[in-house]
Design a protein around this ligand. Sequence first.
Ligand SMILES: O=c1ccn([C@H]2C[C@H](O)[C@@H](COP(=O)(O)OP(=O)(O)OP(=O)(O)O)O2)c(=O)[nH]1
Length: 151
Amino acid sequence: MHTLQIKLLDPRLGRDIPLPGYATAGSAGMDLRAALEAPLCIEPGATVLIPTGFALHIGDPGLAAVLLPRSGLGHKHGIVLGNLVGLIDSDYQGQLFVSVWNRGREAFTVEVGERIAQMVIVPVVQAHFEIVDEFADSARGSGGFGHSGRH
Ligand SMILES: O=c1ccn([C@H]2C[C@H](O)[C@@H](COP(=O)(O)OP(=O)(O)OP(=O)(O)O)O2)c(=O)[nH]1
């Protein structure tokens, strides 16, 4: 279990609006809640930026956070993320925002404190490029997009 530093920017966090956390011991994602002043109606096709009320500094370049939709909201109501997936860099220190897109056909109202997305902490490997003329192992070759015989 890693410890990450957060700053509470909205005084309601940890009181009226629970802090992000894992719903069960086996949950991969922490639910993120909407730190809205009032319920917000998202019209079909619209995208809104919703504050979470806290800033996160991951710090360790070997980690990142990925924001994903909640399955139920996405499947039943068409509420997904405007950027499809949010990526939080380890050196980001600002407030976390969730871009929420109503891809459904009906308006959807986000309530104050509602769980709108989930955040997964993931390991990251950084790489740099070495420019070569030939790859050391050229066994597979450059065929792609269906060249392995399965379409
Ligand atoms: O759903 C998201 C995605 C990103 N971020 C924050 C954290 C991330 O580290 C920063 C920059 O995100 P990204 O690199 O994806 O944005 P960009 O469009 O490439 O812009 P820039 O890096 O120039 O800010 O914005 C969020 O709060 N929510």
